[in-house]
Design a protein around this ligand. Structure first.
Ligand SMILES: Cc1ncc(COP(=O)(O)O)c(C=O)c1O
Length: 381
């Protein structure tokens, strides 16, 4: 199998999360909503524990954690649940489509939407946000860490600006958990989206953090039914998925003191090797205020699709996996000011918990050789 450098698309399931899940596929198959027998009680206890584990990992209380099918659903619930026609939403140009697409849908149904630009590193400007807030602004949404470049927004500063005007703040933290500290109290956010499969948990499960104190954010559910998850997300809970997410979140929090630094060392080594062999390569995103695992690199005159095609031994991507069905130049890189040509010639390498030093050395060699060959074919020096 190729060397896996696409951990921002998805991470492998950690064995320990899988182990925690297994009994909930087999003997403990009960419905957590069944209150009349031991099968239901066992399932409910497992969901309670997972809720505590997720809450603990983000500095929340268990009652503030709503389980969903993933960050896409959490983003949709935050935006579509909070906004009505005539309200105003502010978000940013480099958001994931899980935010930008519901924002566009809301705009079609009468919500006023402002999409603010970012600087050349992909960061938002709190002063610009301050100027954009209106009387009818009801939500601001800015991602904690960008999935393509890893750039971190100044969330705390943005939240301060929002709260000065009493506007609730949502952040998509799908890429952040386990890579940088994520604490809802420190950040001050009111709503936060999480995804299990970005932090070595299973796919198809995530959470929306909904602040309760000092002020509860009122949301209308997207899915009505049995009133699960305090009425915010009906439907029988994904018991094994939730158990796996809980364990993965616990492991993410436990590994925070050491894992990101190890990964950062490998990531920096990878960039050093690439730069040594391909001095024309350019790094996208903020040089420091960035996830420790992510490299987004432009190889001028080398289209990403050609480069990735010439790299059977390396699993990487151009931009976001979720939009790879639409091979358009990345909206994130374009918003940061890259030309269409340069955005088309950029790849993302994202390392993870299981990346090794040998893999980094080997991947760097393969990438440098492939880029050199492709530039040679195009007669670029
Ligand atoms: C920033 C961000 N938000 C949302 C998502 C979607 O998450 P999920 O796959 O859990 O729906 C992703 C996944 O690529 C992401 O990177």
């Amino acid at each position: 199998m190729p060397i896996y450098l696409d951990n921002n698309a998805t991470t492998p399931l950690d064995e320990r999360a899988l182990e925690a899940m297994m009994p909930y596929f087999r003997e403990h198959f009960g419905n957590p909503a069944s209150t009349t027998h031991a099968f239901g009680w066992a399932a409910e206890a497992a969901v309670d524990l997972a809720r505590e584990q997720v809450a603990e990992a983000i500095g929340a209380t268990p009652e503030e954690v709503v389980f969903t099918s993933g960050a896409t659903e959490s983003d949709n619930t935050a935006l579509r649940g909070a906004l009505r026609p005539g309200d105003h939403l502010i978000t940013f140009a480099t958001e994931h489509n899980a935010v930008l697409d519901p924002a566009a849908a809301l705009a079609r149904s009468g919500v006023e939407v402002t999409v603010l630009p970012v600087d050349g590193h992909g960061r938002a400007d709190p002063e610009e946000l301050r100027r954009a807030i209106r009387e009818n602004t009801r939500l601001i949404s800015a991602m904690l860490a960008n999935n393509e470049t890893g750039t971190l927004h100044p969330i705390r500063e943005l939240v301060e600006v929002a709260h000065e005007r009493g506007v609730p703040f949502h952040t998509d933290a799908a890429q952040a958990l386990g890579k940088v500290p994520v604490d809802v109290e420190e950040l001050g956010v009111d709503l936060m989206s999480l995804s299990a499969h970005k932090c070595y948990g299973p796919k198809g499960v995530g959470a929306l953090y909904v602040r309760r104190r000092p002020r509860r954010v009122r949301l209308e559910p997207l899915i009505y039914g049995g009133g699960h998850e305090r009425g915010l997300r009906s439907g029988t809970l994904n018991l094994p998925g939730i158990v796996g997410f809980g364990r993965a979140a616990e492991l993410a929090a436990e590994s925070l003191p050491t894992e990101p630094e190890r990964v950062r060392g490998l990531r920096d080594r990878l960039w050093e090797l690439i730069r040594a062999g391909a001095p024309y390569a350019r790094l996208n995103g903020h040089p420091e205020l960035r996830l420790p695992n992510t490299l987004n690199i432009t190889f001028p005159a080398v289209p990403a699709s050609d480069l990735l095609g010439a790299l059977p031994g390396v699993a990487a991507s151009s931009g976001s996996a979720c939009t790879s069905a639409h091979p358009e130049p990345s909206h994130v890189l374009r918003a940061m000011g890259l030309s269409e040509e340069d955005a088309t010639c950029s790849i993302r390498l994202s390392l993870g918990r299981f990346t090794t030093g040998e893999e980094v050395e080997s991947a760097a060699g393969q990438i440098v050789r492939a880029a050199r060959e492709l530039r040679h074919q195009r007669s670029v020096a």
